[in-house]
Design a protein around this ligand. Structure first.
Ligand code: ADP
Ligand code: MG
Length: 344
């Protein structure tokens, strides 16, 4: 992992900050002043301002053995953007704070910032500040994301109502299976050594784990159709756990249908190869960063026209509890939360 390169001490703190931030061009009207003064200045006029932050520690949230730094930078930004998007709001600015040990070189931080800048470009977000410090061990990244929304269109976790449709975007369990694959290859590498990892046929799973995307596209499509979710959350800890958050905070119950839970072919194939229960991976696997939301029943015909969205069930009265109805025999299984300590 360790590479030869320019020691951070060669640039010094200010030289390094300048090196990492000098090419930044601000693209949002709300970014009045970015890097370079004691604080950034944002101008949100009459909008609501949303703020979210995440702390990522090497060895806890990411593993340098199989995480390319560019991907790490990208993912660190995306998980924050995902939290703003999950409020039905639009991300606009980030700040990035890093703690780095002497093991890291200027070139390694360049890779990290390549990923950070790419995510900023893809999601039209401005990097407006941060902080830089040396650390005794490893790499620490803390990102804060600021976004804008309107009172009338923000979606909270507590607004789901009886009979609402429950929707999810994309597919579930693939980021978790990607992690299983990476961990297997790391083990093989340790035990056998020297062999090239074999990821053939599972590229999508790796991409989902290493370079996830936030569903800003879905928030925009819903906006185009004038649909405001009654509740919304991003799926970082697994469908089951997130759905229970919505149920608890909205004081409702739910029924979801196993056969409707979207799963990719590669996820199913690897689950079979690893002898793992597919639906457990889809219900409890973390880090998909898809959206889970509820909408009033009247939007059914509009929702089914959205290619990225699947209706997986409906909200019920609180007294009915939270259950999944299994494929085939249609037994009801109570949903349980199995938190997932992943990135984000
Ligand atoms: P201060 O002493 O006020 O904390 P710094 O010297 O740490 O200021 O930072 C100078 C400028 O560079 C500030 O605008 C700050 O937001 C920005 N900055 C510092 N570190 C980073 C970083 N890692 N990424 C992006 N911007 C940074
Ligand atoms: Mg500082």
């Amino acid at each position: 992992m360790e590479k030869k390169g320019t020691p951070l001490s060669e640039l010094g703190e200010f030289g390094l900050i300048d090196h990492l931030t000098n090419a930044i061009k601000l693209q949002n009207d709300s970014s009045q002043l970015g890097v370079g003064d004691d604080a950034a200045v944002l101008n949100y006029k009459n909008k609501k301002v949303l703020v979210t932050t995440d702390l990522l520690l090497e060895g806890i949230h990411f593993n340098m053995v199989y995480t390319p730094l560019k991907h790490l930078g990208y993912k660190a930004v995306v998980v924050n953007i995902s939290d703003i998007v999950a409020m039905n709001a639009i991300p606009k600015q980030i700040t990035v704070s890093i703690g780095v040990s002497a093991r890291y070189t200027v070139e390694m931080l360049d890779e990290l910032y390549d990923g950070i800048r790419l995510a900023c470009e893809v999601y039209a977000v401005d990097l407006v500040g941060g902080d830089t410090s040396s650390s005794l061990t490893g790499l620490t990244i803390s990102i804060t994301c600021v976004g804008e929304g309107d009172d009338e269109t923000l979606s909270y976790r507590n607004g789901a109502k009886d009979t609402d449709l429950i929707c999810v975007t994309g597919d579930l369990g693939s980021a978790f299976m990607g992690l299983q694959l990476l961990e297997r290859e790391q083990k093989v590498l340790k035990e056998v050594g020297g062999v090239q990892p074999d990821f053939a046929g599972f590229e999508y799973l790796l991409q989902r784990q290493l370079k996830p995307e936030a569903r800003l596209d879905v928030v925009k499509s819903l906006r185009d159709k004038n649909i405001i979710p009654t509740s919304m959350i991003d799926i970082s800890d697994g469908l089951s756990s997130e759905l229970l958050h919505i149920c608890k905070q909205s004081r409702v119950g739910c029924r979801i249908y196993e056969e409707r839970i979207p799963v990719d072919f590669q996820t199913a194939k690897l689950a079979e190869e690893f002898n793992m229960n597919l639906i457990t991976a889809a219900l409890n696997g973390g880090e998909d960063y898809e959206l889970l939301f509820s909408v009033p029943l009247k939007y059914h015909d509009e929702i089914i026209k959205l290619p990225q969205v699947r209706i997986i069930g409906h909200i019920t009265d609180e007294s009915k509890g939270a259950f999944m109805i299994t494929r085939g025999d249609e037994t009801e299984i109570e949903l349980v939360a199995q938190g997932w300590n992943g990135l984000g």
